[in-house]
Design a protein around this ligand. Structure first.
Ligand code: SF4
Length: 319
């Protein structure tokens, strides 16, 4: 192994691109910032606006107050709904209370919500592929009446399905799933229920699939891949799994100080990426920590360009 005069060991760092913020996260954070500018602090936010502690703490400094339920929002102050989407009952309740609200639901999640409504209107029962208790799943289930949607998480769940009318089914998926696992589950659904209807492929969003493609590429050449993201961030957890399946070890970290340098013993090529809710400043922080300890040769591994931008809600563009 090469050593330079600095006495530090050399390490090759492959940095995935795309990584980090997606258009939906970017929009959601801007909505909170602009709401604070427009209404003045405090602005309440129902649930973490995106699953990242750093982002939440920065917004708190500007005057955002994070709560889990609408009941915790006092009368007369504006409230923002998180990027993951909310059950229909939440805006209804806000309206009943006369609360001003801003919906930061990612437009790609809203698209799934509309599809759910349309399928139920067409008389179909929905099989939803997703992770139990994730806020996006709770929000999507909350678009239809109870009993109109069934959750499947695994292949076993698909095998155990016993729908009343197997010819009147539709499927939809969470936006931040593993592309490979979901493809297999959808294929199994289509094999079991040949008349099931659904989106072409699935509803996994562009950002999730692009970040999984990019991490696959770096993982193939790395002994270890670090994924910056929160433990409750679905798309970040999937990046760790994808890297591991490519044969690399992988760790999820929230900040640079969580890196255990012993992980890097014997590692010559290290991969680095970040989930869709992790800001670039945290990537730079990790690179800095690596540079303090190693002679780092950095290579950007780009698999695609992303140009997606989502419009802000009406009333906020002109702030
Ligand atoms: S990960 Fe995808 S669905 Fe989620 S906020 Fe980003 S673009 Fe939207």
């Amino acid at each position: 192994m090469k050593h330079f005069d600095s006495g530090k060991r050399q390490i090759n760092l492959l940095v995935a691109a795309p990584r980090g913020f997606c258009a939906g996260v970017d929009r959601a954070i801007k909505i909170v910032e602009l709401a604070i500018e427009k209404y003045g602090p405090p602005v309440y936010v129902r649930h973490e606006i995106v699953h990242n502690r750093y982002v939440v703490d920065e917004l708190k400094k500007l005057g955002a107050i994070f709560v889990e339920e609408l009941d915790e929002v006092p009368d007369g102050v504006p409230v923002v709904f998180s990027a993951h989407g909310v059950p229909k009952a939440v805006p209804h309740k806000a309206e009943e209370r006369g609360l001003e609200y801003l919906d930061a639901t990612c437009p790609l999640v809203s698209k799934v919500h509309r599809q759910a409504e349309r399928q139920v209107e067409a008389g179909r029962h929905i099989i939803f592929v997703g992770h139990a208790n994730h806020p996006e799943v709770i929000g999507t289930f909350g678009q239809v009446e109870e009993g109109q949607m069934t959750l499947v998480e695994t292949m076993d769940d698909v095998h155990n399905l016993a729908p009343t009318n197997p010819d009147e089914l539709a499927f939809l998926t969470q936006t931040t799933l593993s592309v490979d696992d979901t493809r297999a589950i959808v294929e199994e659904l289509q094999a079991r229920f040949p008349n099931i209807v659904g989106p072409k492929g699935e509803d996994i969003c562009y950002a999730t699939s692009n970040r999984q493609d990019a991490v696959k590429k770096i993982a193939a050449d790395s002994e270890l891949v670090l994924v910056i993201g929160a433990p409750n961030s679905s798309n970040s957890l999937r990046l760790v799994e994808v890297a591991e399946r490519e044969g690399s070890a992988s760790h999820l970290i929230q900040r640079a100080d969580e890196i255990d340098l012993a992980w890097l013993d014997g590692v010559e090529t290290l991969g680095l990426t970040a989930g869709a809710s992790a800001p670039e400043i945290l990537v730079r922080e990790v690179i800095l920590k690596l540079e303090e300890n190693f002679e780092v040769t950095q290579t950007k591994v780009k698999t695609t360009d992303e140009k997606m931008i989502f419009k802000l809600p009406r009333g906020l563009e002109a702030v």
